[in-house]
Every structure is written in structure tokens, then in C-alpha cells.
Design a binder for this molecule. Sequence first.
Ligand SMILES: *Cc1c(COP(=O)(O)O)cnc(C)c1O
Length: 465
Amino acid sequence: MSDTGEKGQRLKKIPAMDIILNADWLQSWLEKLGRMRVKRVINGELSQIRKDILENNFEFNFDEFKASCLSALTFSSRPSLRRIINATGVVIHTNLGRSLIADEAIEAMTEAAAHYSNLEYDLKIGARGQRNSHIEDLLCSLTGAEAAFVVNNNAGAVLLALSALAKNSEVVMSRGELVEIGGSFRIPDIMELSGAKLIETGTTNRTHLFDYERAVTEKTSMLLKIHPSNFKITGFTAAPERKDLAKLAHENNLIFMEDAGSGLLVSPDVINLPANSNEVTIKSCLEHGVDIVTFSGDKILGGPQIGGIVGKKKYIDKIKKYPMARALRVDKFTLAAFEATLRLYARENYDEIPTLRMIRRTHDELKEQAEILAGKLSVKIEADIKIIELYDTTGGGSCPEIELKGYGVSIKHKYGAAHIQKILRNNDVPILCGARDDEIILHVRTLKDDDDEIIISALERILNA
Ligand SMILES: *Cc1c(COP(=O)(O)O)cnc(C)c1O
């Protein structure tokens, strides 16, 4: 009993909300965040203190309370979604927003945001138009497709295409391609949601044309091929050629669909992929007889988040008309950014597309950048600073087998890598980097021009303290 009494006494020392809200030190925050937000933050701090008193026998201390309120208020005054610096060398990092978009795409988004637009208005005839019309012709000319449609993302594109084209029928797929991507996109789940029935064939490592042939019944409507984006099966493997699958599909009046995942619009050598790489362009999928190809806009394509669907007009028309399409439609900013990105492809201005530019950066260029950053850091901080050769990756479920040779700056300091990484993560502009052998590693491939100064001043503050 006396214990509860003691805790009761301690709880009583906590000031009331009204009194706290009238304190001088809170007035500027009330203006900056609004009374509702401040109250919510203080409430959070107060519940934590009550919990600490009851569970851990804490004593209320006003100075500590004030300090933790101020840090919580500072935290909540920052936008939740904000810029970070990517020094990980992973170009398309799903957790960090995948692709940065080109300057022209940013301009197009701003323009679409600030003004009325002909989003769904046909200026030629002066009547209602289609939002898809702004990108269809560009996508067709870049991929050789008869027709094209875009939705919110590739998961949506696959779901929509399966629903519109294969609902209540059987879809045959290789067991080697039953993939999960990023934890939430699992082909069997998407298939179930679409109302199509998944028929698995072959084995994990080898699936032959005869496996597909045997799996086809009178209920089959589609053969589906999925790009195994984030892994590679090596060793004793087999998969039929696209053209053979296309032939089988068309002989049986089936649709041949492929989820290409990343969606290369350029020949693999443009991004220095080896000739034997698994990556194929959307155009070559279609040339080999695939009827419908789906892909993401913000992976290796380097545009905004979008799901592209290209292929035969008769199927695309069905997809466009399917009611689910309305629920997955893209917004005007995304559409503006995507059109601008496609125009850069049409002009072959690949280096203006940040994702392609970062992947294409040369060894010498990266070395020089690492030397400059290491040089500037050496002047400002006392630590063991070196430039090192390392491997970067494209990431984003693109080309898992490709390692990009890059450069970085390694920093060894008595504070230890994990500690420094943690402080960098909590910087005003958070900085994410790698670590190895208790050294932090800054990969330079993914840094932007003005990132250097921010990194230098953060490390100066942290390491010279
Ligand atoms: C990334 C990926 C998806 C999911 O695409 P989102 O644009 O993220 O919805 C689907 N299929 C494959 C093969 C992928 O690589």
C-alpha cells in the first residue's frame, strides 16, 4: 500500500496540462505548431512519465521533462517526409523513394500543380479527353506497342491486367517465377485477388516448354511470365524462350503476358549491362511475341511511381474499360512527370534521367569525386580518412546480378561506426551511409552536388566534438 502511496505522491508532482501550456517556454511553440499539436506532444511526454513512475519508480524532474518536451516538439516541427542524403550506393532504394526524377519532370509537375491543365480535355475538338492520351503515343513509340495504359504502380498494373483478361480462368506460370517482391507483392496473392486461378508448372530451377503444354486446359486463358527481379537462380536451370512460349500461347488462343518488373526502355548497353545479362527491353519482349507487358515507372526507367501496361490494342482496350482501372488511375503530377521522362527517352537524353546517369557514371568520375570529398573532409576533421574501391548496386529489384564498381570514402574514428551512423541518421538532413570494419563508408555514386557540404558540416560537428 505504501508503495502505491509513494507513487501517488510522485504522480502528484506532475503539473497540469493547463499550467504547462501557459508556460513561457512553450509560447513560441504554440505559434509554430498550433495548440492542438503542442498539446498532443506534451500529452505523449506526460503519459511516458506516468508510465515511468508507475512501472520504473521514476521521480518527476522538471528540467528533464522540459528538455524531452523540447526535443519532441523539435521533432514534430519537421516535416515527416523529408529529404535525406543517400550515401549507400544503392541507386534505386525502395525505402528511400526509388528513382529521383529529372529536372524537366520536376518542372512539369510544378506546372501541373500550379495551373489548370488539359488533363482530361481534348483541345483539338474542345471536349472531354482521356488522361492516358498524354503518354500513350510516347510509350508506343518507345516500345513498339500497339497501345499503352498507365496506372498507379506495377502491382496495380498486374492486378488490373489479370482481372480484366483472366478472371475466372486459369493462368499458367512457372514455379521458378512465383516471386515475392518487397514483402508485399506476392504473385499468388495478386492472382487470387484478381479472380484468376494460378496453375503452377515445372520446378523451381527448371521449367520446360512441355511443362507449359501439359498445364494448358480448356479453362486456360493466359501464360504468365514474371521477371524474378530480386534474385537469380544459377546452376542447373532452364526456362523456355519467349518466342516459344508466345507460339504455344497463340496456337492455343491464349494471351501471353509478362511482368517485366523494372522496365528497360533502352538497350542494356546504354546502362553498361553485359550482353549476357538477364535484362531485356520492353520492346524486345513485345517483338518476341509477348501480348501484354507490365512494368514499374520508378525503377530502372527512372520516372515517377507508375505501372505501365503495353501491348496488343484489343487487350489494352479491355483493360482501359475495366472498372478497376478507375480506382487505380494516376494523378496529374505523376502523369506530367512521366510524360516529361518519356520525352527525355525520345530525345535519348539519358544523362538527364538521374537513375540512368548514376548507373552510367564512370570509374574515373567516381574516383575523382571520392578524392575531392576525402580531401575536403581531411581538412576539417581529425580521423583516418581514405578513398576506397567498392561495389554499388542498382537495387530496386533491378539486375540483381550486376555489381557496379564504385568508389567511396571510409572514415575511421574513435566514436565507432554504429554510433556515427546513428547521429548522421538524426542529422537535420539525415545522412544514410554504409559501414565496414568499424569504419563508416560514404558511397559517392548516389550523392548529389550539394550533398558534400552537408556531409562535411555534419561530420565536423559530430567528430570534432
Ligand atoms: C517491383 C516489381 C513489382 C511491383 O512494382 P511496383 O511498381 O512497386 O508496384 C512487380 N513485379 C515485379 C517483377 C517487380 O520487380
